[in-house]
Design a protein around this ligand. Sequence first.
Ligand SMILES: [Zn+2]
Ligand SMILES: [Zn+2]
Length: 167
Amino acid sequence: MTGLWFTLLTLAVFFAMEGVAWWTHRHIMHGPLGWGWHRDHHEPHDKTFEVNDLYGVVGAVVGTGLFIVAWLTGLWWIRAIALGVTLYGIVYAFVHDGLVHQRWPFHWMPKNGYARRLVQAHKLHHAVQTRDGAVSFGFVFAPDPHRLNAILKARRNERPSADIPSA
Ligand SMILES: [Zn+2]
Ligand SMILES: [Zn+2]
């Protein structure tokens, strides 16, 4: 029975992490507290690493710390939380750093389906290079790119908005 609860809790934590990531991205990383680390992710550059990568390091430290606590206490539900957080981190890195920003040594861009929608939604997040005015703060659930584009257009109706990125 514990196996079923372990799986259910791991999945629940995984999906809850999208909410945590959305909130952190919206209110910390794009807020006065965290923009300092996130800014260079929104600015063009040719560096290999960004200050923004420190957020990934923090996430990895939290995940590893949870596994250590689970190991020290022997509590299955802390292990499930650690696994859910870590799985989210892996999917996030695959989608965000791999699919969207192509930080892997090969070129593969999804041409259709939900993966492409994820890429478009996050590219529209990057349509704004400033702290304020951005859309789409999640990573694993993608809002409809047409709706995001309409929001961006409405926000800067003084000049035409960029179309949905074609890449
Ligand atoms: Zn951002
Ligand atoms: Zn990004």
